[in-house]
Design a protein around this ligand. Structure first.
Ligand code: NAP
Length: 299
């Protein structure tokens, strides 16, 4: 129990502090407060960022209430990335294509919605000198994250997209969505025919297989498949190196985990809210600091 003999005076939060937050369910374990508050301290802005768990059926009241209270910006996470869309005054065209919103910016008459997942992933690729232009892309999974990856790949002039998913109908629905917006070759494959992909492809693992307690699993175990990859990106960041990435690395692929995407999507949101652009130098310092803190938290 803390004693009342000493009072730690905090000058960090004042009457002028701008409030930001994340809405989802659950949000207790979200890394967004760590990332956003670190960026604000580094940039010297008078902002604070907190978690708002919102129960099923309460989203509309939560959004209206946050706006009335002047919450300057919100991140939206599972399970509300789609449900929030009808509650917004305007949605950015990229978020409309992806069909999900993860960032809200306060405007006088309501919140404006953005999706920073695709941009965050793209920045993570750039930081690793990966260019998608004219490349064959493989996407494992066909959920919300896969949708952001496909739209990003098509937007940055990839040559073709191969969607491999447990439920082929979902892969087909995603392929149709991509074709609706972009003139690009999109193929779908069941997991059992995964080796029918082109050589030297860039593969994005977007399923939740291999995360946390399922860390000894991978959506694909086929060695022939891994031998075809030049680059393997797993959107999972816990563990840092999934079994999928280990197998890809053993087969000679360059590997990237989802931690960069997580940080850069958060920084994109920060840039939208504060109408600033962080320099490459700032990005490098922040990602190093946040990664070190994350590792300290997990040892
Ligand atoms: P989602 O919409 O629920 O989609 C999940 C996908 O995984 C579906 O395609 C599903 O296949 C597949 N799947 C689930 N369990 C499976 C299993 N046991 N075997 C084979 N396939 C399985 O989820 P999401 O929002 O796209 O998120 C997916 C992953 O991306 C999560 O791990 C999440 O943490 C990660 N993510 C990371 C970031 C980041 O910043 N790094 C951002 C967003 C998401 P079916 O169609 O057959 O059901």
């Amino acid at each position: 129990m803390p004693t009342k003999n000493h009072v730690k005076i905090s000058k960090e939060i004042t009457g002028a502090t701008n409030v930001y937050g994340i809405i989802g369910n659950p949000v207790k374990f979200s890394l967004s407060p760590l990332i956003q508050n670190t960026v604000s301290r580094y940039m010297g802005l008078d902002n604070v960022y907190v978690s708002f768990p919102v129960e099923d059926g309460q989203l509309e009241q939560a959004i209206k209430g946050a706006h009335s209270l002047g919450v300057r910006g919100l991140n939206i996470t599972k399970p509300y990335k789609q449900d929030v869309m009808p509650l917004l005054t305007y949605i950015d065209p990229l978020a409309l294509k992806i069909g999900a919103v993860n960032t809200l910016k306060y405007e006088q008459d309501g919140y404006v919605g953005y999706n920073t997942d695709a941009d965050g992933l793209y920045t993570s690729l750039l930081q690793n000198n990966i260019d998608l232009t004219n490349q064959d892309i493989i996407v494992l999974g066909a959920g919300g994250a896969a949708r952001a990856v496909c739209m990003m790949a098509a937007n940055y002039q990839a040559k073709s997209i191969y969607i491999i998913n447990r439920t082929l109908e979902n892969a087909q629905l995603l392929a149709n969505e991509v074709k609706k917006h972009y003139d690009i070759d999109v193929y779908i494959l069941p997991t059992g025919r995964c080796e029918e992909v082109p050589d030297k492809a860039i593969c994005f693992q977007t399923t939740s297989v291999g995360m946390g307690t399922s860390s000894d699993t991978t959506p694909i175990g086929d060695c022939e498949f891994f031998a075809k990859l030049s680059v393997a990106v797993d959107l999972i960041y816990n563990p840092f190196e999934t079994l999928f990435l280990k197998k890809a690395k053993q087969s000679g692929a360059y590997t990237i985990n989802g931690f960069g995407m997580l940080i850069y999507q958060a920084i994109k949101a920060y840039e939208i809210w504060n109408e600033i652009e962080l320099s490459d130098k700032d990005l490098k310092v922040l990602i190093t600091e946040i990664e070190a803190e994350y590792i300290r938290m997990n040892v």
